[in-house]
Design a protein around this ligand. Structure first.
Ligand code: GDP
Length: 195
């Protein structure tokens, strides 16, 4: 799939602000700083579509990007940012849950984890949640340039084991820095949208 057009459509914190349910959606979830904005910019070939988190205080919203006029990429707020209050964190958790539970046009959630680290308790919790709603199955291992080719398979095994993935679940290593792996992910998205 080639992304010819991608634009921000809506920024929402509650369902009344979501766009119409006219086209399918694929959401992206992950810890704050995992590299989600960088990945979305790479996928859409736009340098600044999603704001990278140089600024950790950036507003936490659900961002809807309209792609090629036939589907949406939905950027969920990053979780697990340490320097926030518990009530703020619960608020964002609730915002994500409300979207995941109620969104009829949501096809799948791509879960991002950092290739170098064992997935955190929150990553596992998120993935189990996705599994519960049948939204699981695609994991992106970000910052793949940070490990050697030799280490890569080992890191992926740790991710598979910790998240409890089954053989048919995909783990796709991607590097936004080296611009690798995104074509594999785009193929996967195309496949999803066609099914
Ligand atoms: P977000 O908070 O998940 O949206 O993460 P960002 O996209 O803002 O990235 C967080 C940090 O990781 C930034 O300093 C990025 O430059 C860095 N980063 C993101 N993707 C990569 C990557 O593929 N490789 C490397 N080495 N660094 C990355």
């Amino acid at each position: 799939m080639i992304i010819k057009k991608a634009d921000i459509e809506t920024v929402a914190v509650k369902p009344s602000q979501y766009p119409e349910t006219d086209i399918p959606e694929i959401a992206f979830a992950g810890r704050s700083n995992v590299g989600k904005s960088s990945l979305l910019n790479l996928l859409t070939n736009r340098r600044n579509l999603a704001r990278t988190s140089g600024n950790p205080g950036k507003t936490r919203t659900i961002n809807f990007y309209r792609v090629n006029d036939d589907f949406r990429i939905v950027d969920l707020p990053g979780y697990g940012y340490a320097k926030i209050s518990r009530s703020q964190s619960e608020g964002w958790g609730q915002m994500i849950e409300t979207y995941l539970e109620g969104r009829t046009t949501l096809l799948k959630v791509v879960q991002l984890v950092d290739i170098r680290h064992e997935p955190s308790a929150q990553d596992v919790q998120m993935y189990n949640y996705l599994r519960h709603f049948g939204l699981d199955g695609i994991v992106v291992a970000t910052k793949a340039d940070k490990v050697s080719t030799n280490e890569k398979q080992k890191c992926i095994s740790v991710i598979r084991k910790t998240l409890g993935l089954s053989a048919e679940d995909k783990v796709i290593p991607v590097s936004a820095l080296k611009r690798t792996g995104h074509e594999v992910l785009l193929e996967e998205l195309e496949h999803l949208l066609a099914s």
